[in-house]
Design a protein around this ligand. Structure first.
Ligand code: ADP
Length: 266
């Protein structure tokens, strides 16, 4: 049996975690990290126990999005082994590759260094029992993805794309990667981000800036679930910048869009 086929409590890696979900994208800048942050915070707000691993070696952004930039994970000895303790905010336990490097410097990870940091976040950290662990992957289909699928028993992957053709082409490649015989990670769905823009003064108007419903159509073409769409909303960007995910806002377009996607998923 591979780690993937074992019941959670029989696994060596992350035995207490019920669902391990990678958030991926083909292209960078489509909102993958924003979706991962809101997914994690939204699940926690619904009462699930949630962990979040920021594995985006090209631009770890979770410490900023969760307002824990100045924190450093502590370590603790448990049963004779030294464990890294995740930091916590909004009910989400979190570790970021950004905690293991000086993020004011450009991070030039070599493959082995990145794999080592990944192993630490999964193997040497004390996560305890969790309903969901969300992993923010780097964009694309690189080495990190391979070491991750080999080392971590993923339940599945969610792909984020904008409706723009160039993003969709890359999203398709990401889906094919997870479906490769050697990888075989179920694709749990596609999320369309930046689906349209609605100005505050024209609430009934939708501008399809990046194209219309492209990610929805891609999901249908590939036979994978479509989990929903998120419009371009200034408060989503602002929420990311101030370190409080938009899903925590009550009765806003942004908060409602993320909650709807989580409802479609759980
Ligand atoms: P990725 O992880 O794919 O590189 P990010 O999540 O970092 O993308 O998002 C890229 C930028 O777009 C960030 O500045 C983020 O705040 C912004 N952004 C993402 N999604 C939205 C959205 N739906 N509405 C407005 N801004 C968004």
């Amino acid at each position: 049996l591979s780690q993937n086929d074992r019941a959670p409590e029989q696994r060596k890696v992350l035995p207490g975690v019920k669902n391990i979900i990678a958030i991926a994208s083909g292209k960078g800048g489509v909102g993958k990290s924003t979706v991962a942050a809101n997914f994690a915070a939204g699940l926690a707000a619904q009462g699930f126990s949630v962990g979040l691993v920021d594995a985006d070696i090209y631009g770890p952004s979770m410490p900023l999005m969760f307002d824990v930039e100045s924190e450093k994970p502590r370590t603790k000895e448990i049963d004779g082994k030294n464990y890294i303790l995740p930091v916590e905010n909004y009910g989400v336990k979190m570790l970021s590759i950004g905690f293991f490097a000086d993020t004011s410097q450009a991070i030039v990870w070599r493959g082995p260094m990145a794999s080592k940091a990944l192993n630490q976040m999964f193997g040497d950290a004390y996560w305890g029992p969790l309903d969901y662990m969300i992993i923010d992957l780097p964009p694309g289909t690189g080495d990190i993805h391979l070491s991750l699928v080999q080392g971590v028993p993923l339940t599945g992957a969610i792909i984020v794309s904008t409706p723009q053709n160039i993003a969709l082409a890359d999203a398709k490649k990401a889906v094919s990667m997870f479906q490769l015989e050697a990888i075989k990670v179920p694709v749990l769905g596609i999320i369309e981000n930046m689906a349209y823009f609605t100005p505050a003064e024209l609430p009934d108007k939708k501008y399809y800036i990046f194209g219309r419903e492209g990610a929805r159509d891609l999901a249908v073409d590939l036979g994978v679930p479509f989990l929903g769409e998120i419009p371009i909303v200034q408060s989503i960007r602002e929420a990311g910048d101030v370190g409080r995910p938009a899903v925590l806002q009550e009765e806003t377009i942004a908060g409602d869009a993320f909650r709807e996607i989580i409802r479609n998923f759980v």
